[in-house]
Design a binder for this molecule. Structure first.
Ligand SMILES: Cc1cc2nc3c(=O)[nH]c(=O)nc-3n(C[C@H](O)[C@H](O)[C@H](O)COP(=O)(O)O)c2cc1C
Length: 318
């Protein structure tokens, strides 16, 4: 390891800091699935990102389930399970199927597969599997399945990385010192590649400012939410910020440690005066950062760009 690398966040024996270990695991981006089964007449579904492809011949996949899950027995009893790979517009379903509620299928659109397996409408892909093995995996059980039938739809998958939901952006390529010459490469003279490149640049450059305040993206998202919704529970925060529950827990622990968030009985949280001040400092930095980035540009162009981006963003409903 390069000990001079000051970007190292954590290291050590995972047994001593489970949170840090989980954060390191979160650096591996995954898709998001809803895994379903039918045990007797009971329909079961949970959100899982532990899915992985295993073998092409025979066609095999695996995923792992927390031993403590209420649904463990159902998945162990049933000989089949279905993997539904969620599409980018199914973020609400990911949250829905990760909650411990009964009758998760009410008012959701699904259909029956082999042996009545529930298949979620609108998925990016579906795999109907026969369970061929299950293995002990510490506090999880690993299910290995052979795929009997698959469907792939013309939809883009939802992603999960660093504890939060994400979308796939085409990589803009390695950074270059050469100025971008759109006339030399006409394919770059389109909004999409230009937006992807500017986004990659801006988000990378702004990270430094957020780091300077000692918070990461997830923590600042939790903070911003609590600034408007004092008294929210961790579950509500996870639901409304579209962060995973583990990421919310970690962020709250960090923010409470900093004195920026305080636990309020029963099971709720509120932003403190220090937290509000911290958040305002981050917002100020964001304003200043934007001003610096466009300081050498014509203010009329900047205003027009903002109007164009706003119009495009609201067309997509975001
Ligand atoms: C993005 C995401 C990925 C998840 N991945 C898994 C997983 O791979 N295995 C698992 O057991 N739980 C996973 N969970 C948690 C389960 O969805 C959640 O614990 C479960 O649905 C709650 O129901 P239960 O306790 O009744 O099983 C994940 C949750 C989210 C939001």
């Amino acid at each position: 390891m390069n000990v001079l690398d000051n970007s190292l966040l954590d290291e050590g024996n995972p047994a001593f800091d489970q949170r840090a270990f989980r954060r390191a695991l979160g650096q591996f981006g995954t898709g998001v699935t809803v895994i379903t089964t039918k045990a007797g007449e009971e329909l079961v579904a949970i959100t899982a990102n532990s899915f992985s492809s295993v073998s092409l011949d025979p066609p095999m996949v695996l995923w792992s389930l927390r031993r403590e899950s209420r649904n463990l027995v159902a998945f162990q009893q049933s000989e089949r399970f279905a993997i539904n790979i969620l599409a980018a517009d199914q973020i609400e379903l990911a949250g829905h199927f990760s909650r411990s509620t009964t009758d998760k299928f009410a008012s959701r659109s699904w259909r029956e597969g082999i042996d009545g397996l529930p298949l979620i409408d609108g998925s990016a892909a579906q795999f109907e599997c026969r369970r061929v093995a299950q293995y002990e995996g510490g506090d999880h059980i690993i299910f290995l399945g052979e795929v009997d039938y698959f469907r792939c739809f013309d939809r883009v998958g939802l992603l999960f990385a660093q504890g939060r939901y994400a979308l796939a952006l085409d990589h803009p390529g390695p950074p270059s010192d050469l100025p971008l010459q759109v006339t030399a490469h006409p394919r770059d003279d389109f909004f999409l590649p230009l937006l992807v490149r500017s986004y990659a640049y801006l988000s990378g450059a702004f990270a430094e400012h957020r780091d300077a305040e000692g918070v990461d993206t997830n923590q600042s998202r939790v903070l911003a939410f609590l600034a408007t919704r004092a008294g929210a529970s961790a579950e509500i925060i996870a639901r409304m910020t579209f962060l995973g529950e583990a990421a919310v827990e970690d962020s709250i622990a960090k923010l409470v440690g900093m004195g920026w968030v305080a636990p309020r009985p029963p099971g709720t949280l509120a932003i403190t005066k220090e937290g509000l001040e911290g958040m305002h400092r981050i917002l100020e930095r964001a304003h200043r950062f934007e001003e610096e980035q466009v300081a050498d540009l014509d203010p009329a162009d900047v205003a027009a760009t903002r109007r164009v981006l706003l119009a495009l963003a609201s067309r997509g409903g975001h």
